[in-house]
Design a binder for this molecule. Sequence first.
Ligand SMILES: [Zn+2]
Length: 381
Amino acid sequence: MSELTVLASPSRYVQGKGALGALGTHLAALGDRPLIVADDTVWGLFSAQVTEALEAAQLPVVRVGFERFATPEAVDALVEVISADGHDVIVGLGGGSTIDAAKASGHLAGIRWASVPTAASSDAPTSALAVIYTAEGEFVEYRFFPRNPDLVLIDTQVVAEAPVRFLAAGIGDALATWLEARATRRGTASAMAGGRPTLAGTALAELSWDILWENALPALDAVSARVVTPALEAVVEANTLLSGLGFESGGLAAAHAIHNGLTAAPQTHGLTHGQKVNIGSLAQLVLEGAPTAEIEDFVVFTTRVGLPNTLTEIGLAPEDTAELRAIAEAATVEGETIHAMPFPVTAEDVLAALTALEGLSRRVRREHGLPEPERYTGGGH
Ligand SMILES: [Zn+2]
């Protein structure tokens, strides 16, 4: 285990209302034959803006489609397009899987890569790693790259026009960042960047948490109204940049390991990354024996944000012992980030924490006059 401290970050981060209009200028600094990866829905929405921005910078507009998950096959197919047509920079335009596929293929092909998220729905865009899934959406592996994206560009007007649940998911992903960085700091493990956390990495994770508690609810209001406000700008930076730097250089722990474990339960498959991470965050707080007030505040806040904090909301129940055990075992396999916790964690511990969530969250919600959880039935496809 390394005693060195490491901070990793993208070369350039660009955020703001209308940022997509500056995409050509920023890409022109990286190459002259960009390849845009975007699914049909995303391309339908943004092709006009992207085309105008690239043409203004005298760049050709070449786009390739993308299916649902960053599978090993999808990544290899992109590498073939890159080498066949001599592209020198790949741009992942859209959601987390599109961006991860662009990163993984850019790395394999040895060219530059850029992340252009169309929602602030996770902290993946800034990082030097990609999450690879099966075509059915099961977690396969993390792939680590020696470099971060050359460019991360996020247009807050685009974020404002995306569905509210995307921003809520990003908030769920970003809330975990401080909980996991704090646990990593207390323990002895390395962060994803390949060393012990720098003070900066830990501090950025905490800043992300503070910004979210202050701004998350008004930012969600802004997205409901499809407008950009200072609260939304702050949350987009917390979800994308601060959480990205904070998880990669501050450390992942139980929350993301439990998220990965949840992919073993088909009931949860239609849920977003951030929704599943939120279950992991609450389970981590329970595992840690965090102060009751902290746990209850987390339940209240995440209910208001619209994130799941009960098994019911992810299609499970405390009685689903077989599924919960499978999740707990997947979350505690050797090499999982749960072992960054500052104490040993077994599958039994995770099973107990997950089982406890239902009654705990239902009680806290009831005591605060918050709605009962609604059963999630969208999984399994
Ligand atoms: Zn995450």
